[in-house]
Design a protein around this ligand. Structure first.
Ligand code: 6R9
Length: 649
């Protein structure tokens, strides 16, 4: 452990004085949540949400056998009504969304009443194109207010949204549209990030060449670029909302009706359509938002994520809006027009709560303190981190430089599958340690197990499981419940396996050490090594590929690919560049390999399994720690790989 990680940061007394919960309060609520989940979550469900029909049952879940997870199952409600309608009467003129454009001269405020009206109009526009309860609608949008409008409009009429991050390629978009059979796509002419245009409509057109069932494409005008519109299929978003009524009663949804699908990478195969349902998800997003960020009425809250990721779903849109908060949506990037941008936006809009990813913190840290110090940041009260382990040095810089030593940090560990925060400090209650996500949120029961599933007690390293259900949990993989069971509940039967390694220290604090499966985390983005491998082998000159992650100063992990070419192909620098570009077009820029090493052979066991352990060591430049290579079919391949390794200190 580094010295930085052993420091203790108790909640500042000024913070505790006003906080929602202190240490004793956390203890009391945590104990109540696990000793009587029905009573605890029943009370929270009633307190946090408005119901069309009240529930009479609370928890009905099993991690065994067929794995069935139901919360509040006989209740009815509508997510959009909880995010909008109930606030319009009391806070109609309050800003719901502050939109800050990529260009620092562009921003706007949208009130709860305005957002409500926009959502009703677009909901009616969707209906006019035949969208019904249960239909899937794919959103491929930049960070503009219309993204939140489209999400809420789907929720209002019971359609299931599937957001595809705007950085994904046409091919990735196509796969996601086909997997969930969406017939409607919402996109924009172009996106804008860091001063550059992103051709969303052109990408969508390419994707749709292979999606004959998509019958409607709404196109939002963001830049006004001249994009071709296919007659009968493509319609202007602006024209359709202008023509639509603001009267759209919310659909009464069952608690367990689907709310959204979000594709995420796993250790095998194509990305999975993780499915979240209505009531439990919203209870979780709302409650974690309020407690973890200690949100106070009228405060300005900013999460820098993109709505294409789960963080954007739960902590830009659903949690904040269900809480009646003011949420800031940022179109741009941390370093445009300058590396002071984040802090300038904080000052411009008086942000009190700021939530970002370690990769952004590390990148900004590299530019030193001056670009931060030249801004005031006095509005800041709380800082948050999410997406990957935060190294103690970055934590301390975030605390001392960005937060001027004043603001507690909440390092929130969670996953697409968990719906919201799982292990995280509550800022008025928990003493923090740099690099630790600290303690479980209400209802979360973590357990560490060894490779054989043996439960490990006390201070130890292990694989992180959660032993009982919580309301925000994903219910299934869309149309593939078998894969859901296999992925999450079969490694350690009867337990949800997170895929993460973890250490628990002598104080019972949890320290996430990173993925223990074949998932890599590049700048906080989840990437399956299998996805990158299948993109590589799809290239005509590639015979075989193996992809691993390696430690990367800025990105957390980088992508290292070993490639075996077809007989007769020449390994040239030009081909290396071509393969990098190929992967970017197959998946998207976030999958760009950092290193490609030509591999005449890959280290395999006699049964033909690639020994990734060895490949990871070589990629990390730790070739002196290869361990036992005696089970290899041909140990000589290792010598060649070590000699030609690409990542050298
Ligand atoms: C919310 C989100 C999930 C994976 C997860 C873990 C890593 C996320 C973390 C963290 C350490 C944190 N992760 N938050 N690791 N500390 N605070 O990121 O969801 O994209 O599904 O990624 O990210 O490895 O398993 P998702």
């Amino acid at each position: 452990m580094t010295d930085a990680a052993s420091q203790l940061f108790p909640p500042p007394p000024e913070f505790v004085a006003k906080a929602r919960l202190d240490a004793a309060g956390y203890k009391r609520m945590y104990e109540a949540s696990v000793s009587d989940p029905d009573a605890f979550w029943g009370e929270q469900g009633k307190a946090l949400l408005d119901w069309i029909r009240p529930f009479t049952k609370v928890k009905n879940t099993s991690f065994k056998g067929d794995v069935a997870i139901k919360w509040y199952e006989d209740g009815q409600l509508n997510v959009a009504a909880n995010c909008l309608d109930r606030h319009v009467a009391t806070r109609g003129n309050q800003t719901a969304i502050i939109w800050e454009g990529d260009d620092p001269t562009q921003s706007k405020h949208v009130t709860y009443r305005e957002l409500f009206e926009q959502v009703c109009r677009f909901a009616n526009a969707l209906k006019a194109r035949g969208v019904k309860k249960g239909d899937r609608v794919t959103l491929y949008l930049p960070m503009i207010v219309e993204a939140a409008v489209a999400m809420l409009a789907c929720a209002r009429i019971g359609a299931v949204h599937s957001i595809v991050f705007g950085g994904f390629s046409p091919d990735s978009l196509k796969d996601r549209i086909l997997d969930c059979d969406s017939t409607v796509l919402v996109t924009a002419d172009e996106g804008v990030r860091g001063g550059k245009a992103i051709p969303l409509k052109a990408n969508a057109d390419k994707a749709l060449e292979s999606c004959p069932d998509v019958s409607t494409v709404f196109v939002v005008k963001r830049t006004g670029a001249n994009v071709p519109m296919k007659a009968g299929r493509d319609i202007s978003y602006e024209d359709s909302v202008a023509a639509a009524s603001t009267d759209c009663p919310p659909e009464a949804m069952g608690a367990e009706d689907p709310l959204f699908i979000l594709y995420t990478s796993g250790s095998t195969g194509k990305p999975k359509g993780v499915l979240h349902t209505t009531a439990g998800y919203l209870v979780w997003a709302t409650m974690t938002f309020q407690y973890v960020f200690d949100y106070r009425d009228k405060e300005i809250y900013w999460c820098t994520a993109d709505v294409g990721w789960v963080t954007g779903h739960s902590y830009i849109v659903y949690g904040p809006l269900a809480s009646g908060a003011t949420t800031l949506m940022f179109e741009g990037v941390p370093n445009y027009p300058s590396v002071s941008r984040f802090w300038e936006v904080v000052d411009k809009h008086n942000v009190s709560i700021f939530y970002t990813a370690p990769t952004a913190i590390r990148a900004l840290m590299r530019d030193g303190d001056a670009p931060v110090k030249k801004t005031s940041r006095k509005s800041l009260r709380l800082l948050g981190s999410v997406g990957e382990p935060i190294n103690p040095e970055a934590w301390l810089w975030y605390h001392n430089v960005v937060g001027d030593g004043r603001c507690p940090i909440v390092d929130t560990w969670w996953q697409t599958e968990t719906g919201g925060h799982m292990i995280t400090p509550l800022p008025g209650a928990i003493t923090t340690k740099p690099g630790s996500a600290t303690v479980p949120f209400f209802g979360v029961q973590p357990q560490l197990v060894d490779a054989d599933g043996k439960v490990l007690d006390g201070a130890t390293d292990g694989n992180l499981c959660i032993i009982d259900s919580w309301p925000g949990q994903a219910r299934t993989v869309f149309r593939d419940h078998k894969r859901f069971i296999e992925t999450y509940f079969s490694t350690y039967p009867g337990k949800y396996f997170t895929g993460d390694g973890c250490r628990r220290d002598e104080d019972g604090y949890y320290w996430i050490t990173g993925r223990v499966d074949d998932v890599i985390n590049v700048s906080g983005h989840r990437m399956g090594t299998a996805e990158v491998e299948s993109a590589l082998v799809a290239h005509a000159k590639v015979a075989e590929a193996a992809v691993v992650g390696f430690p990367h100063d800025l990105k957390g992990q980088g992508i290292y690919a070993y490639v075996t070419l077809n007989a007769g192909e020449q390994p040239t620098d030009a081909l290396r560049k071509e393969l990098v570009a190929w992967v970017r077009t197959q998946i998207g820029p976030i999958a760009t390999p950092d290193h490609i090493q030509w591999a005449p052979g890959l280290p395999k066991t006699r049964s033909g399994k690639i020994m990734r352990r060895i490949l990871r060591k070589i990629a990390a430049d730790e070739h002196d720690q290869l361990g036992d290579v005696s089970t290899l079919a041909d140990p000589a391949v290792v010598t060649d790989l070590v000699e030609n390794r690409q990542n050298r200190a």
